[in-house]
Design a protein around this ligand. Structure first.
Ligand SMILES: Nc1ncnc2c1ncn2[C@@H]1O[C@H](COP(=O)(O)OP(=O)(O)OP(=O)(O)O)[C@@H](O)[C@H]1O
Length: 317
């Protein structure tokens, strides 16, 4: 065995411990957040409006001060070692914050300088090429399309070569095509080892992109889970059966399956755990036949992350 075979756990890219934030108004936006983001993962933070996502990101980036708690970025304390910690992170905020009359090149180059990095024209060129902005390097921001402006925001955030990228609602209000393009870009960044934390309202985005999902509601993390495990654990499958003649009343012989009957009695729905050893489907189909119904059609439906999310947020409130 060589040294490289040893699986040494990497320290977290972001570590948040006991974080709280009470705004001057007395409003408690975060109450006791603990979170660890692994290096190289895409972590999606999901939550309804006002849940505290932007507050959390702003604290990690040193824009807002926490009331209590501690945050480190690649081991650097965001309060005691602010400059070093902040250099680890690139932030793409929700709002476009680029000077309209600057060129793309100047905007991105200037941003790098702000982090005390020495100029590196080759890196900036590569970055602009990767983001399909190279042809626009001399264009003024004001002349760019919305999608390109967003890309400039990403180039700006990556200008100082951070290993952690925060995307605060990266695809809010963008069209489907640009959304897919952004996802592609995020994946490419991850392939290069960049750790990505994104906040989103769009469940589809988390479902598509994330390795792990965190759900925040009313200033508290209500769940952190691997996406696949989450969908396996909480996701249910439904079998919808069209029956004839219509079932006006469920016979007691079918009680075991806790079926849902449509109002007109033509469909019966069975909800089950598809991962279970025995789904009970074969017995159900036999029992339906024995009860005098013919099965005219059947389909299955997988509960989505959206169903899971809605039920989580509902049960926490
Ligand atoms: N400066 C402030 N002073 C007082 N309350 C604030 C301040 N900033 C945010 N809040 C409140 O804190 C709560 C969390 O806000 P935050 O912007 O972090 O939520 P969010 O999850 O990012 O929401 P959204 O998805 O709508 O962007 C909200 O109720 C908001 O009104």
């Amino acid at each position: 065995m060589t040294e490289t075979d040893i699986d040494v756990p990497l320290p977290p890219a972001i570590l948040v411990e006991g974080l709280t934030k009470t705004y001057a108004s007395g409003f408690s936006a975060l109450s006791g957040i603990d979170l660890s983001i692994r290096p190289g993962e895409i972590f999606a933070l999901l939550g309804p409006n006002g849940a505290g996502k932007t507050t959390l990101i702003s604290i990690i980036c040193g824009i807002v001060t926490a009331s209590t708690g501690r945050v480190t970025a690649n081991g650097f304390d965001i309060a005691a070692q602010y400059r070093a910690a902040r250099r680890q992170i690139g932030l793409v905020p929700q709002e476009l914050t680029v000077g309209a009359f600057e060129t793309v090149w100047n905007t991105v180059t200037f941003s790098r300088g702000l982090f005390g990095r020495t100029p590196d024209a080759a890196y900036i060129e590569q970055l602009l090429r990767d983001l399909s902005l190279w042809d626009k390097r001399d264009s003024k921001i004001v002349t760019l399309s919305g999608g390109m402006k967003r890309r400039v925001m990403i180039a700006k955030a990556l200008s100082h070569q951070p290993s952690i990228l925060f995307l605060d609602e990266p695809t809010a209000g963008v069209d489907v095509e640009l959304r897919r393009e952004m996802w592609e870009m995020v994946r490419r960044l991850r392939e290069r080892g960049v750790t990505i934390l994104l906040t989103t309202h769009y469940i589809e985005e988390a479902e598509e992109m994330a390795d792990r999902i965190g759900v925040i509601n009313r200033g508290q993390i209500v769940l952190v889970e691997e996406k696949t495990a989450l969908m396996r654990k909480l996701g249910k499958t439904q079998l919808v059966l069209d029956v004839a003649p219509p079932c006006t009343e469920l016979p007691s012989a079918l009680d075991t399956w806790a079926l849902e009957r449509s109002e007109d009695g033509t469909t019966l729905t069975y909800t089950y755990d598809a991962q279970g050893a025995d789904t009970g489907i074969a017995d159900l189909i036999r029992a339906i036949g024995a009860a005098g119904f013919a099965i005219r059609g059947l389909q299955t439906r997988q509960s989505s992350l959206e169903d899971i999310f809605v039920s989580l947020v509902r049960s926490a409130s």
